[in-house]
Design a protein around this ligand. Sequence first.
Ligand code: 7TS
Length: 410
Amino acid sequence: MIYENSTIDRNIRADFPILQQEVHGMPLVYLANAATTQNPKAVLEAMCRYYESINSNVHRGVHSLSQQATTAHEAARETVRGFINAAEAEEIVFTRGTTESINLLAQSFGSACIPQGGTVVLSQMEHHANLVPWQEAVVRKGGRLAYIPMTDDFQLDLPVAENLLAQKPALLAVTQVSNALGRVNPIKELIRMAHAYGVPVLVDGAQAVAHMPVDVQDLDCDFYCFSGHKMYAPMGIGVLYGKKALLEQLPPYQFGGEMISEVHWHESRYNRLPFKFEAGTPAVAEAICLAEAIRYIEALGFDAVKAHDRMLLEAATEGLAAIDGLDIYAKEQPKCGVISFNIQGAHHYDVGVILDQMGIAVRTGHHCAQPLMGILGVSGTVRASFAVYNTVEEAEQLAAAVRKAKNMLT
Ligand code: 7TS
């Protein structure tokens, strides 16, 4: 079988210490990357280096370590700015991850910009993180959610989207890549469409940033969010990008230290961007590690990352499609990073347990997209998801293991 060529050297695996282990006596095949990716040594060493040399609280110390930590933290913000091509570093708010970024907006934008009885438009493929906060936000305003449906081939239905946007909802919040299906959505087109009706757009980039270059100015999205741990950085750090003019109008989300400029007994003034949205001590080491992970991805280059991703998807899809009695969801392009399937007559959980016995880590269940599973008519799926350190052999091992699981279960 000839798959698309990848230029990523397989020695890349040596960069990821966690991959050098056995699970149940078998070499680990880690295919749960949409849930979280592993960290290369460069990132792990950056974490150690920080705590061994400059650990200190930021933005408040006159002493040397605090100044070094602050400089490194703000340099990390600048690295993130460059990574998504934001116009200014002030537009980069550090959060704990995508979920917190969306909660921040749902609270802040929700209170200031969703009118009484207002609507927020989502798509039918949102992760719960881009759904439940908006449910809460519209309930507070006596409003409602509306959903862009999927067509039979798992594309967002653009004519229906246009009808929904023409009703001028308060916001369109949509995922760039579906975590459950791997479908890549036409967000640039959706953003253009939304702006034609004056509707601002939040893009959930959690499943996109490790797989494709993102340029927020080119997309012209109003808000964009992602998590470090899905792009080779540690857990506990994420980003909310927002256009400066919009962020400036929004009220703070959490209150306390760092986010103020002046505090009096009965009133306070809030800090400038982005600190207004960063109450309390930030995750300094994690931000520095996120910058390190960005340098790691940029050194590989997105051309190589994308070709590698296509190669793995092609190999996995071909291997799995050759097995009778398998339902593979959303096989068609454009896709990235994820293949989601079920063995007919077998429960996804049982398949996951058998694959684990063979050393293969996949995620099973509803993937925090329970309403979407309802549309598929299943309670969950088996999901294999790929990263730069996966190999074609691993994709083939997955198919061989699924074949075995099928023989055991049906
Ligand atoms: N949005 C999307 C599209 C996601 O895939 C996830 C996490 C989130 C938001 C939430 O990110 P967090 O870092 O704040 O948790 N997705 C998954 C997944 O697919 N399996 O585990 C977590």
